[in-house]
Design a protein around this ligand. Structure first.
Ligand code: V47
Length: 367
C-alpha cells in the first residue's frame, strides 16, 4: 500500500494511526478535506482490522415506527406530520403487539421502535408497549425511544431523565437507539430542527442512560447544511462522552435523503457514494473508543454498504423488515433483507459474517 502514500499529504496522519495515537480535530478536518479516498479508506481499514479482524457483524432485527405524529416537524424529515394531516398515524398497542409476534417465526433478536413526539402518547403508553412487546416476543431485546423522545416524556411528566429511563428500563427497555442526534452544532439545529433538543441535551440523555447501565447508540445525520468542521466537532463530542462513560455500543452515520422534506431544493441533492464511504472511514478513524461502526444499508444502499466493509465499517445493519422514516424521504432501497442475503453480501466482500444481538453478543458464526 506504499503507493497510496507516495506523494500523500496525509503521511503524518498515517504515522499517527500506525502508532495508535488519537487524531485531533485538525487531523479530522484535513482527512475530510482530502480527496485521497483510498488512503483514508486504507487507514480506516487498518484500524478496523486491528479491532475486529475480518469479522463483520449483522443482526436479525425488526424496526417498528409506532407514530409519525410529531410536534417538532424538523425540516429534514418527511416522516413527521401534524395530527390532522393526511397520512398521520399512531399504532395501537394491539397493532404493535401483532408486529412483535411476527418476529418469533423470523428469529428476530432485536426490536427497534422509534417514532415522533406525539402529545397523545404518555409514559403509560410506552410502559405498556414495552411490556406487551416483551411478552409477545420473549427473548428479543428492545431498543427503543431516541433521546428526543425520552426528553419529551421527562418534560410532559415533569420527571427527571433518570426517573423516566428507570421506568422504561423496568418495563423492558434494554437500549436507546442513536437517532435524534442530527448534527450537534446549534447553528445547524437552528436551521434544520429549531424545536429539537440541543446537542448538549441529547448527550445528557445518553449520559443518564449510561449511568443506569443502559448501553446506547449514536448517529450523525450528514449531507444537508452542515460544514465538514461541524461533522468533526460532532464526532469529537461523541468521543468525549464515550471517554467518560464507555456506554456507546456503535456509531451509525445517517445519509440525508431530501425528497418530500422542506430541504428538498437544488443545492441539497442527497449524499454521494464518495461522501458515504469517506464519512464511515472518518468515523472509524476519529471514534477510536467506539468498538463498532455500522453501515446502514437502508440509507446508503446495499452496494456502498458492502464496499464500506473495507472502509472501516464492521457491522451491516440488518434485516430491518419495515422502515418508514427514510422511505418517506425517497429512499429507493428495499425495506427487508433476508439473513441469507446479508451473509452472502458479507462473504462476497471477503469477510466473515457474525450474527450478533443488540449488545454484540455472538449468536452465530461460521456461516
Ligand atoms: O432520528 C430523519 C434520521 C433517524 C431523515 O441506533 C433521516 O442502531 C435521512 O436513528 N434522511 C432515525 N435520515 C433512524 C435512526 C437509526 C437507524 C438505524 C439504526 C439506528 C441505531 C438508528 O433518521 C432520525 C433522524 O436522525 N432522519 N429524516 C432523512 N430525510
Amino acid at each position: 500500500m506504499d503507493y497510496l502514500f507516495a506523494n500523500s499529504e496525509l503521511i503524518d496522519i498515517k504515522e499517527k494511526v500506525e502508532k495508535g495515537e488519537r487524531l485531533s480535530k485538525e487531523d479530522g478536518l484535513r482527512l475530510y478535506q482530502s480527496n485521497e479516498l483510498l488512503a483514508i479508506g486504507y487507514l480506516a481499514d487498518m484500524v478496523n482490522k486491528r479491532k475486529n479482524g475480518d469479522r463483520i457483524y449483522f443482526i436479525v432485527n425488526r424496526h417498528i415506527n409506532h407514530t409519525n405524529i410529531c410536534e417538532n416537524l424538523c425540516k429534514f424529515c418527511a416522516f413527521g406530520r401534524k395530527k390532522d394531516a393526511p397520512g398521520a398515524y399512531a399504532l395501537s398497542l394491539d397493532e404493535i403487539e401483532t408486529k412483535a409476534k411476527e418476529c418469533n417465526g423470523l428469529k428476530v433478536s432485536e426490536i427497534h421502535i422509534v417514532g415522533g413526539l406525539n402529545p397523545d402518547l404518555k409514559l403509560d403508553y410506552y410502559v405498556k408497549m414495552l411490556q406487551r412487546v416483551q411478552a409477545a416476543a420473549p427473548g428479543t431485546i428492545i431498543q427503543s425511544l431516541t433521546a428526543v423522545e425520552v426528553d419529551y416524556l421527562a418534560k410532559i411528566h415533569n420527571m427527571s431523565l433518570g426517573e423516566v429511563l428507570q421506568t422504561l428500563k423496568g418495563a423492558g427497555l434494554a437500549s436507546l437507539p442513536g437517532g435524534g442526534a442530527e448534527v450537534f452544532s446549534q447553528r445547524v439545529r437552528d436551521l434544520v430542527c429549531e424545536k429539537k433538543i440541543s446537542g448538549d441535551r441529547w448527550l445528557e440523555v445518553h449520559e443518564a442512560a449510561h449511568r443506569i447501565g443502559m448501553k446506547t447508540n449514536a448517529t450523525m445525520l450528514y449531507g444537508h447544511v452542515e460544514t465538514l468542521e461541524e461533522r468533526i466537532d460532532h464526532l469529537i463530542r461523541l468521543r468525549q462522552l464515550q471517554d467518560k462513560t464507555g456506554g456507546f455500543l456503535a456509531f451509525i452515520p445517517l445519509a440525508f435523503h431530501p425528497k418530500n422534506t422542506a430541504l428538498d431544493c437544488q443545492n441539497i441533492s442527497g449524499t454521494t457514494g464518495y461522501d458515504d464511504l469517506k464519512t464511515l472511514a472518518l468515523a472509524r478513524l476519529m471514534l477510536d473508543n467506539f468498538d463498532h461502526i455500522k453501515a446502514y444499508w437502508i440509507m446508503i444502499g446495499l452496494k456502498i454498504a458492502q464496499v464500506s466493509l473495507s472502509f472501516g465499517a464492521n457491522d451491516l445493519d440488518g434485516t430491518v423488515i419495515e422502515e418508514q422514516i427514510v422511505h418517506d424521504a425517497g429512499a429507493e432501497t428495499a425495506q427487508f433483507m433476508a439473513k441469507a442475503k446479508l451473509i452472502n453480501i458479507i462473504k462476497a466482500a471477503g469477510k466473515q459474517p457474525v450474527e450478533r444481538d443488540t449488545m454484540y453478543n455472538v449468536l452465530g458464526e461460521g456461516f
